[in-house]
Write a protein that binds this ligand. Structure first.
Ligand SMILES: [Zn+2]
Length: 283
């Protein structure tokens, strides 16, 4: 997912946010806050929406990595499983003397070194140890590979639901706006994705494009008489550029805003003014 981050820059990160590892929404590490998980068994009461699957040898793999990282004391009881997350996610939660770990089921057939790397990343966060690069590199390379990115996209199409919302706001019609921008800047060549206003106001972003359900969402906060149309157009244009420039691999980091993307973004006729309005809105 690609997000406009201007609002984010203005606000401090919330502590409950998942710790993002690969700086991309589809590859995140989440550490459940201790206060929420303590004393509660996961999924008690309601039946789970999705079924997890076994992680054969998971507990001993975590014990091994625990020792390799030089964590002190007796290793906890590890409970590891694969879980059908909608993205490449690793989660860990500590409860009393047990540690519950879930790996995205995308990793189910991953080589052992990849699984060990993922375990090392999680444990190094929770136990505040520095994981040796050689240990985590196989996981990072795996997570960033084009092959894995492709599998994530295909999987997301099946697992990520479209946000049920429409393009027509109170003040702005995004579908109409899309067609105009498409004509003006893309010679009408972009295929129209699902477009809509977010169902809730977002605090930290103006828009996003999720290639999973192929949907552009704009922050409903902008569907307001006080917001100049040019600012909404600019955000939509930015998300349309994500359609045109899919996230690709570059060196060892994921680049959603490539130099070509940034250059093309400046072709927006009221670029400076629109950015100024957004800066103002983000305050
Ligand atoms: Zn973007």
């Amino acid at each position: 997912m690609n997000r406009l981050r201007e609002m984010q820059a203005a606000k401090p990160a919330r502590p409950a946010q998942p710790v993002s590892l690969v700086r991309d929404l589809v590859s995140a590490i989440q550490i459940a806050p201790a206060s929420k998980s303590r004393g509660k068994s996961p999924k008690k009461g309601k039946p789970p929406r999705r079924a997890s699957s076994e992680f054969p040898g998971g507990a001993s793999l975590f014990q091994r990595v625990f020792t390799r990282l030089g964590c002190e004391g007796r290793p906890p009881r590890f409970r590891a499983e694969f879980y059908p997350y909608a993205s490449l996610v690793l989660t860990i939660r500590r409860r009393e003397d047990a540690v519950y770990v879930r790996f995205s089921d995308l990793l189910q057939r991953a080589p052992r070194a990849v699984l060990e790397g993922a375990a090392a990343l999680l444990l190094s966060r929770v136990y505040r140890r520095k994981a040796p690069r050689s240990l985590v590199a196989p996981y990072l390379n795996y997570a960033r590979s084009n092959r894995t990115r492709g599998r994530i996209s295909r999987m997301r199409r099946g697992r990520v639901r479209l946000v049920p919302t429409g393009p027509r706001g109170r003040h702005f019609d995004l579908e109409k706006m899309f067609e105009q921008l498409n004509e003006k800047y893309f010679s009408g060549n972009l295929q129209r994705p699902h477009i809509g206003w977010s169902t809730k106001s977002w605090r930290r972003q103006f828009g996003c494009y999720d290639p999973g359900p192929n949907q552009i969402l704009l922050n409903r906060r902008m569907d307001h008489a006080a917001v100049p149309a040019v600012a909404v157009e600019y955000v939509l244009y930015h998300e349309m550029l994500h359609l045109k420039h899919p996230t690709r691999r570059s060196g060892c980091s994921l680049v959603s805003h490539s130099p070509e993307f940034r250059a093309e973004e400046k072709l927006f006729s009221d670029f400076v003014r629109a950015r100024g309005i957004l800066d103002h809105l983000a305050r």
